[in-house]
Design a protein around this ligand. Structure first.
Ligand code: ZN
Length: 207
């Protein structure tokens, strides 16, 4: 079993060729090796420190089919603080996802309903853009013990899975983004956060 703790790895930025390669499958022996077990612990720590909700091996410079995912969801507002009501038609469907590892994942769409939200990537810096993803996916993969696992993911979790599996195929969210919506995080907060996605589309003249 991979060890807790570990090292914070360097996350490579867009433009690095490893982000554009197809990653190779891992053998069971490789998964159980000390190197990969240590890598999983290191990637977990790196994702948490970033902070991010997913990290794929190419993002730490390795062209292997391994991703880690964990969504602890932003802490709720403190008592006495008003929670900003989410725009009504923007149902993120975000919920807590425990830490887990997907190795050699195979993804199947199980709910093709399109969902459009602002999305970012630790390898792209402080930017966000609208990206359309399907609502639900099923993934068959191996876990950190090289045991087969099957997961079903919906909503925000499904978005994370699709984003991370894309990394293993050399695909980045900027390949799928609505380019007119590309924004810094600071400007997203200042100008767009209070808008529904429909309103964002109208203001950007995307309709
Ligand atoms: Zn990414």
């Amino acid at each position: 079993m991979f060890t807790s703790g570990g090292r914070v790895l360097k996350i490579v930025a867009v433009g690095h060729p490893v982000l554009r390669q197809k990653s190779r499958l891992l053998t069971k022996a490789e998964i159980l090796s000390r190197e990969v077990q240590q890598l999983i612990g290191d990637m977990r720590l790196t994702m948490r420190k970033a902070p991010g909700v997913g990290l794929a091996a190419p993002q730490v410079g390795l062209d292997i089919q391994l991703v880690v995912i964990e969504d602890i969801v932003t802490t709720p507002p403190r008592e006495g603080e008003a929670a900003p009501p989410p725009p009504p038609e923007d149902d993120l469907e975000r919920s807590r996802v425990a830490f887990h590892v997907l190795i050699n994942p195979r993804l199947k769409v199980i709910d093709e309903t399109p969902r459009e939200f602002f999305e970012g990537c630790l390898s792209v810096g402080d930017f966000r853009a609208l990206v359309t993803r399907v609502r639900g996916v099923r993934v068959r993969a191996l876990d950190e013990r090289a045991q087969p696992v099957e997961i079903e993911a919906f909503g925000w979790y499904a978005r994370i899975v699709q984003h991370e599996v894309d990394h293993l195929n050399g695909v980045l969210c900027i390949d799928r983004m609505v380019s007119r919506s590309f924004t810094t995080v600071a400007n997203l907060t200042e100008f767009w956060n209070d808008c529904s996605i429909a309103e964002v589309r109208r203001r950007l003249e995307l309709e």
